[in-house]
Design a binder for this molecule. Structure first.
Ligand SMILES: Nc1ncnc2c1ncn2[C@@H]1O[C@H](COP(=O)(O)OP(=O)(O)O)[C@@H](O)[C@H]1O
Ligand SMILES: [Mg+2]
Length: 272
């Protein structure tokens, strides 16, 4: 939990999002309300198709809310013009995608500083140096993405998200393609961003060991929040995943006996 101010860094209020229409309509998110406190590291978990990416994209202003609202700090995203949204994303949000989304013609360093260059800002030299050092990128800065391993490319993407010291960093399976060593380096630096710089981190992960780096795990099932875990360990995350899976919440199927969950559900709405 946050050792600092309990201010809310990001918030979804009754956030719903559907794709398609009629028989093929999918409710990716159904009235999700969740807060992410400043200086807190949250992991979002849940089975494939449970709405994790949709939630991250809506929170980061990369996708629009269907209904409900999203706030970054005190800023309500739906109230922003496209231009204001672009500025907010650029100045206040860092995003690490599973597919690294690097520009192939630019070097690692050019990729890392690209968002800042576009914004006409200079990175804090000491911070950038520390990020590059911790992520083991200093001898790779002149390489283009095609000359780097998957792990190195993801560390470049991570450095890019961290370089401008945004208020909040979102990662959609940022360690999904990494070996355990690279994964540990990425998670450690995200942890440091929270502990040392009071930034806020929200990542999607499938890996209980990655989730154990977080202060809190939010479990999604079928577009709803179905559970939450504070001060997670790999074991407690695994136990919760098993329990949700057995109860049918994780698979989105109602195999659960009536009333068998609920103690951990955040609201009556979260029972599937
Ligand atoms: N662009 C899209 N068009 C249609 N359906 C989508 C789109 N994006 C996501 N979905 C659907 O919304 C649901 C949630 O998807 P997603 O948020 O990607 O889940 P997760 O990241 O947990 O795997 C899934 O059923 C998925 O198929
Ligand atoms: Mg996803």
């Amino acid at each position: 939990m946050s050792k600092h101010s309990p201010a809310v860094a990001a918030r979804a209020v009754e956030l719903s999002k559907s794709y398609g229409t009629g028989d093929t309509q999918v409710h990716a998110l159904s009235a999700v309300s969740v807060d992410f406190s400043r200086g807190e590291f949250t992991a979002i978990m849940g089975p494939s198709g449970s709405g994790k990416s949709t939630l991250m994209h809506c929170l980061a202003g990369l996708d629009s809310a269907g209904s409900g609202s999203v706030l970054i700090g005190g800023t309500e995203l739906t109230a922003l013009t496209d231009k204001e949204m672009t500025q907010l994303r650029r100045d206040r949000i860092g995003f690490v995608f599973q597919a690294f989304n690097l520009v192939p013609t630019l070097t690692a360093l050019e990729n890392i500083t690209l968002p800042l260059d576009i914004a006409g800002r200079k990175p804090d030299a000491a911070w950038l140096d520390s990020v590059l050092g911790r992520l083991g990128l200093k001898d790779r800065l002149d390489h283009r993405p095609g000359e780097l391993s998957g792990g190195q490319q993801q560390r470049v993407a991570c450095a890019r998200a961290l370089a401008g010291q945004p208020e909040i960093i979102f990662g959609d399976e940022p360690t999904g393609n990494l070996d355990s060593k690279s994964s540990g380096e990425v998670l450690s630096i995200l942890r440091a961003a929270v502990d040392e710089f009071d930034q806020t981190v929200v990542i999607v992960t499938h890996d209980p060991r990655a989730a154990a780096y977080a202060d809190r795990v939010v479990f999604l099932g079928d577009g709803k929040i179905v559970d939450e875990l504070l001060e997670p360990t790999a074991d407690s995350v695994l136990d919760t995943m098993k329990r949700l899976d057995e109860s049918g919440l994780e698979s989105g199927l109602d195999k659960r006996a009536p009333g068998s969950v609920g103690a951990h559900a955040l609201s009556s709405d979260s029972a599937v």
